[in-house]
Design a protein around this ligand. Structure first.
Ligand code: PLP
Length: 360
């Protein structure tokens, strides 16, 4: 069976060394030495100033919305993972969807202003597949209308745009370090903010709002992560170069083998480089996609219709809405298998099956 994704597992001996440290430290969770070390190393690696290691990418989003004290309407994208939208609703706000751009598959910045009302307080945009949103346009609109900006950068680990980390954009950026992501700590997430006051607030929020032995500064939650998760993050960070290299090799091989068939791919931001978090392809029709999914399934190859269906038309707690571009794209897009252990022979087999459907 070829899975669509498979978590990277480092040599167990490397993880065991950290387990010994945890036993020596007798410190299991609550901002322990390994969590601090991981935050330090991530800040170095990503070149960001302020970063918190948190429970997961969903809690990171909820913390961001809470820290900015958002109310009312939040402009967002229907083409994302459900957590982007559920976090908005969970925090008592209303998601207002704006259709995506046909090329980048990110929120279409040119359509944002038309969706702004008296109630709008923020824009929450996802860098889909790690591909940067039009950050300049979004930040300009936000300034003009006095809105906050949160970027769901769950896919964007290691992405650089205009020479700096993607995580430096917006009032707050969040990331997921879930096992299925490019770089992971089993479960985990990050919040990043360049605003010192906001960062201080996020620090309190992560730890129940506690500010001293018997004082509270904020309404908080439990957004901490454990030393065991930090240990996995530390070990995996040592392998990030080879993980990235391997994924790039696989993606370039897909590109080469699929170059002669009618196939679209998201267009990457001109001032940025792919982090190879996913390998999404757009087939000419849903019909072709379904045939390909079927033949791949018959050959024990898993794929994922990521993202399908549109979040604007599928959530039981929201009224269903249709969006021309999102609905069209989500019916035609498929993420092909991509993970560290995937062999080039497997990639070849997958591509041959796809090409076979085209030649039928
Ligand atoms: C994975 C993901 C999340 C949620 O992250 P978790 O760590 O699984 O909670 C949020 N947004 C997007 C776009 C994601 O892909």
């Amino acid at each position: 069976m070829i899975l669509v994704t498979k978590p990277f597992l480092p040599p167990i001996s490397e993880y065991k060394e950290y387990l010994e440290q945890i036993w020596d430290n007798e410190w299991l969770t609550n901002m322990g030495p390994l969590s601090k070390k991981l935050e330090h190393q991530l800040k170095d690696y990503l070149e960001v100033e302020n970063l918190l290691f948190v429970t997961n990418g969903t809690v990171a989003l909820q913390m961001a919305i809470k820290a900015l004290d958002l109310k009312g309407e939040i402009i967002t994208t229907p083409f994302s993972f459900v957590a982007t939208i559920s976090s908005i609703v969970w925090e008592g706000c209303t998601p207002v969807f704006v259709d995506i751009d046909q090329q980048s598959l990110n929120i279409d910045a040119t359509k944002i202003e038309a969706a702004i009302t008296q109630e709008t307080t923020a824009i929450l945009a996802t860098h889909v597949y790690g591909n940067p949103c039009d950050v300049e346009a979004i930040d300009k609109i936000a300034k003009k209308h006095n809105l906050k900006v949160i970027y769901d950068a769950a896919h964007a680990f290691g992405v650089v745009v205009n020479g700096k980390s993607i995580f430096e954009y917006g009032d707050i950026s969040t990331c997921s370090l879930h096992a299925t992501k490019l770089y992971h700590s089993v479960e985990g997430g990050m919040v990043i903010s360049n605003d010192e006051n906001l960062f201080k607030k996020l620090n309190y929020i992560r730890n129940f709002g506690i500010s001293g032995f018997d004082s509270f500064a904020e309404l908080g939650l439990n957004g901490k992560n454990s030393e065991y998760h930090a240990a996995m993050g530390l070990v995996n960070l040592n392998h990030i170069k080879s993980i990235s290299k391997k994924r790039q090799e696989i993606c370039e091989y897909y590109d080469e083998l699929l170059k002669d068939i009618e196939l679209q791919k998201p267009v990457w931001h001109v001032s940025s480089k792919n982090n190879y978090a996913y390998y999404p392809v757009l087939f000419p029709s849903e019909d072709v996609l379904l045939k390909i999914v079927q033949i791949l399934n018959e050959n024990q190859i898993q794929t994922r219709r990521y993202f399908y269906p549109s979040l604007a038309s599928s959530l039981p707690y929201l009224e269903s809405q249709s969006f021309a571009i999102t609905d069209g794209i989500s019916k035609r897009i498929l993420c092909l298998p991509l993970y560290y252990d995937l062999t080039l022979e497997d990639v070849k087999m997958i591509c041959n099956l796809i090409i076979k459907v085209y030649n039928q």
